[in-house]
Design a protein around this ligand. Structure first.
Ligand code: ADP
Length: 433
């Protein structure tokens, strides 16, 4: 059993030591001399142990400390105990680290742990494959020296990692990687790279499929529509049936047109920020079309800042505004009010359509811009709605660094709006003819 540290025991030993010397000193009548001799012996004893400790710390190759006696025993034993504790903690840490590494190796993504400037601290096998890193030879190398894409260097040093970037894999140009960096801890960064080749191929296939099908459906529908028009003029026909067929054909044509618009907007990635859109004219036309659909059932007022124009893709913005205004007409009962406005507000261009219509329950709001999502399918079918309108609005606004904002109170009405950022609006120069 180890002797543990005890302050009382130490003090007791010291008192006993000097008492013995004092008694002998009194007996021989040399108290001070013997106390002095006792102190010298004690000093020698401590000095010897100090020197054994220093020798072990600096010179000795043995891992365990030397044995101590008396008051030095708990000190050497304490060091021995501390060593054992550290050894156990180190092996626990090593086990934990290897478990983490095994976990990171099992990830379906390439993972690289980096320092502040991108110095590689560790990477898994997939990182070697996808990013061309050689482990452990590249340990400490800056990752932007190994991945030589300007887009990647910019992303790494920008220190803004909200959105991932995409780039070709080092293994093959045909493979596409989605790179995401996360900053954590004390200036550490974690890079995750995921192979998104298949995902992007599927997305492209879906887009092509929708665009092709809509395109192929357009021609037979136009032919059908033409024949139906001719049939409706013939006296012998059953008017009701022809009308029903015409209505359904028109509905299908509307759906195909919407699908085509959506796929066109979806594929156009960049809009030209130098193209000026005369918003006054555009919104007057949109309002005029809405008045024609409303046929006097609603009061439609338009409030436009005539000097405020924006830049971007006119077809997309027209589509977005027209969909929002048409929806207000479709979902507002007869006698309702619809207010369209386009104004300068706090440095941005603000577009709003406010209606006094049926409103939308809050649980539907987050899903409204999904394709084919409709609050009330039967009601939407009556209005000729396809459920694609707000999806078109969302994509068109995304391309102009904006997004749709919806406020609605069931039974009272809704406000659909968006803000165009200051770099895409102009309030000074008049629009080119
Ligand atoms: P739809 O072609 O069916 O109108 P949208 O994508 O334009 O499709 O709109 C999706 C759904 O959002 C609609 O079916 C409707 O239920 C709801 N909605 C859109 N605008 C309004 C509005 N102004 N008032 C009430 N509901 C609306």
């Amino acid at each position: 059993m180890f002797e543990e540290y005890s302050g009382y025991r130490l003090a007791g030993r010291l008192a006993l030591w000097f008492s013995l010397w004092a008694v002998v000193g009194l007996l021989v009548g040399q108290l001070l001399l013997l106390l002095f001799a006792g102190s010298l012996v004690l000093l020698g004893y401590h000095y010897r142990h100090l020197s054994r400790l220093a020798h072990w710390l600096w010179k000795d190759r043995r891992l365990t400390p030397p044995h101590g006696s008396g008051s030095w025993e708990p000190i050497f034993n304490g060091i021995y105990r501390l060593q054992g504790k550290n050894r156990r903690r180190r092996s626990q840490l090593a086990r934990l680290l290897s478990r983490f590494r095994e976990g990171a190796e099992a990830l379906p993504d390439a993972a690289v742990v980096m320092g502040h400037e991108g110095e590689i601290a560790w990477c898994n096998k997939l990182a070697e494959l996808h990013l061309g890193i050689h482990w452990p030879q590249d340990a400490g190398q800056r990752i932007d020296n190994l991945i030589r894409y300007p887009k990647f260097s910019k992303y790494l040093h920008n220190n803004r990692y909200d959105e991932p970037i995409e780039m070709a894999s080092a293994a093959s140009d045909a493979r596409l990687l989605e790179i995401r960096i996360m900053a954590y801890g004390d200036n550490q960064k974690l890079l995750l790279a995921r192979d998104v080749t298949r995902l992007r191929q599927l997305e492209q296939m879906r887009r092509d499929f929708v665009a092709n099908v809509s395109h192929e459906l357009k021609t037979p529908l136009t032919v059908l529509q033409g024949y139906l028009e001719i049939m409706s003029m013939m006296p012998a026909q059953d008017e009701k049936q022809v009308q029903a067929m015409t209505d359904q054909t028109l509905r299908m044509k509307g759906l195909v047109d919407q699908l085509l618009t959506l796929s066109k907007i979806e594929v156009s990635t960049e809009v030209d920020p130098a193209r000026r859109i005369a918003m006054g004219l555009l919104l007057e036309q949109v309002a005029e079309e809405a008045r024609a659909v409303s046929a006097g059932r609603h009061t439609i007022s338009v409030e436009i800042d005539p000097a405020l124009d924006m830049f971007g893709d006119e077809l997309q913005i027209r589509s977005a505004c027209a969909n929002l205004v048409q929806n207000a007409v479709n979902y507002t009962p007869e006698g309702g009010q619809i207010r369209v406005s386009w104004r300068h507000r706090e440095g941005v261009g603000r577009f709003e359509v406010q209606d006094s219509g049926e409103g939308i329950a809050p649980e539907h709001l987050p899903r409204l811009t999904e394709r084919f999502y409709r609050v009330d399918r039967a009601r939407s079918r009556q209005t000729g709605g396809s459920g694609l309108g707000l999806a078109i609005v969302k994509h068109a606004l995304n391309h102009h660094n904006s997004h749709l904002e919806i406020q609605s109170v069931p039974g009272e009405g809704s406000t659909f709006g968006f803000s165009i950022p200051s770099n895409l609006i102009s309030a000074q120069q008049p629009a080119r003819a």
